[in-house]
Design a protein around this ligand. Structure first.
Ligand code: 2BA
Length: 106
């Protein structure tokens, strides 16, 4: 079994979760914050059989969009004030796939 951590935009999280659910994949949604922009995003935890990992990644990919964000440089998590706004491309999604040693529902 594998566990996917997928960091997605808040706006994309609804369609991603809905489509995963329609295809029979369970997920847990965590409210998270990006360490760079300090803006809210969503981290999904999805436990799946190894043979389903690519299907899940494809669903996430289909429903996660990349977005350009213009932010004041003094809004960042560290001192980077150039006086000019910064353009950052965020997403689609950042996905980690990790091995699960044991999975139990008791
Ligand atoms: P944030 O850390 O807020 O990063 C938002 C976007 O800012 C990133 O988009 C990237 O385009 C840019 N960025 C991040 N760190 C940067 C840096 N040190 N220098 C220049 N630009 C930087 P994404 O790469 O699409 O990441 C979206 C969110 O996914 C991140 O939000 C973070 O919450 C998560 N993430 C991305 N890579 C990660 C990693 N290696 N480990 C843990 N979380 C990660």
């Amino acid at each position: 079994m594998k566990l996917l951590f997928a960091i997605v935009d808040r706006e994309d999280s609804g369609p991603v979760v809905r489509n995963l659910s329609q295809r029979g994949f369970s997920s847990t949604k965590l409210a998270t914050t990006g360490g760079f922009l300090l803006s809210n995003n969503v981290t999904l935890m999805i436990g799946v059989k190894e043979e389903s990992v690519q299907t899940v990644i494809d669903i996430i990919k289909e429903h996660s969009h990349s977005r350009k964000q213009i932010i004041p440089s003094n809004d960042l998590s560290f001192d980077f004030d150039t006086g000019k706004p910064l353009e950052v491309v965020v997403g689609g999604a950042t996905i980690f796939v990790v091995d699960v040693e044991r999975f139990e529902k008791v």
